[in-house]
Design a protein around this ligand. Structure first.
Ligand SMILES: C[S@@+](CC[C@H](N)C(=O)[O-])C[C@H]1O[C@@H](n2cnc3c(N)ncnc32)[C@H](O)[C@@H]1O
Length: 262
């Protein structure tokens, strides 16, 4: 995606993204371009039993775009990193799968999301989960630190997706996997949509074309293994019109780091 110079302000974008997801943490019952909460999670395929086993306060602010734990196949003892962990739904879900011998780190840049997730971690007694502040384009972790990197509805929000995939690949151990759900487009978006930071923060404006998105994953040294479409729809008329016109969809995918990468 080419971002026209001088029109698109990354600082302004980060402010807008944080504004939206601060509200999602503090007022999940509010009105957004997208759906939030447990009914969304159930429709995307999260088993009710899994949702029952994680804090309700996290699920009420769930703003993911797909289900991927069937693809992630997490096992006991694994180390998992959740990029853009929000209020923690996927971090807590991963923690249930990896057990007390495993470890989950959720990373996010929005203080209110981190605060909410951190409180739920403490009160829920999830000793194998920690939440950290940071940007997904520059991960504060050593090379090869994780077995699995997950992310739900976040990478589309980044103006530097190449850096996100490169960092995810770097922190994965050899043989590890990236398992994500994200919004992509069928056609190139117009500059008017790309430069609209409100639509970007709503997970529409930053949707990369699928072919480019997959190439960025390949360029980071990861190999795409599986992909599936998610039953995700936006709520607002404006976001829906853009998705109809440009073939915007939600996908879940797995990409693995083979022994040659990094
Ligand atoms: C659509 S929400 C998804 C949250 C969570 N994954 C879920 O499923 O509920 C996007 C989250 O990504 C975070 N985020 C967006 N861009 C980020 C970036 N560049 N670095 C770190 N966090 C980011 C936001 O703060 C927000 O919490």
């Amino acid at each position: 995606m080419s971002i026209p110079a001088g029109i698109f302000d990354r600082v302004d974008l980060e402010v807008k993204v944080k504004d939206v997801y601060r509200q999602v943490a503090l007022a999940p019952e509010g009105k957004y371009h997208f759906e939030v909460g447990r009914p969304l999670a159930e429709r995307l395929g999260y088993p009710a039993r899994l949702l029952d086993s994680i804090p309700a306060g996290a699920v009420e602010s769930f703003a993911g775009v797909g289900y991927f734990f069937d693809l992630a196949r997490l096992s006991l003892g694994e180390r998992v990193l959740d990029l853009g962990s929000g209020s923690g739904t996927d971090s807590f879900a991963a923690a249930v799968s990896v057990g007390s011998g495993g470890e989950v780190v959720g990373l996010d840049m929005t203080p209110e999301q981190l605060h909410k997730a951190g409180e739920l971690q403490r009160t829920g007694g999830f000793a194998n989960v920690a939440f950290r502040e940071g940007h997904i384009e520059e991960l504060p972790f050593e090379d090869g630190s994780f077995d699995c990197v997950i992310s739900n509805g976040v990478i589309n929000l980044s103006p530097d997706k190449a850096a996100v995939f490169s960092e995810a690949s770097r922190v994965l151990r050899s043989g590890g996997r990236l398992v994500i759900a994200d919004i992509v487009s069928g056609r190139a978006l117009t500059p008017e949509i790309v430069c609209n930071t409100e639509l970007w923060a709503a997970c529409v404006g930053g949707a990369e074309q699928l072919g480019v998105y997959e190439q960025l994953i390949a360029d980071s040294g990861l190999t795409l293994r599986e992909r599936k479409k998610n039953p995700y729809t936006f709520l607002s008329g404006r976001a829906r019109r853009a998705t109809d016109t440009y073939g915007i969809t939600s996908l879940s995918l797995v990409a693995s780091k083979d022994s040659k990468a990094h």
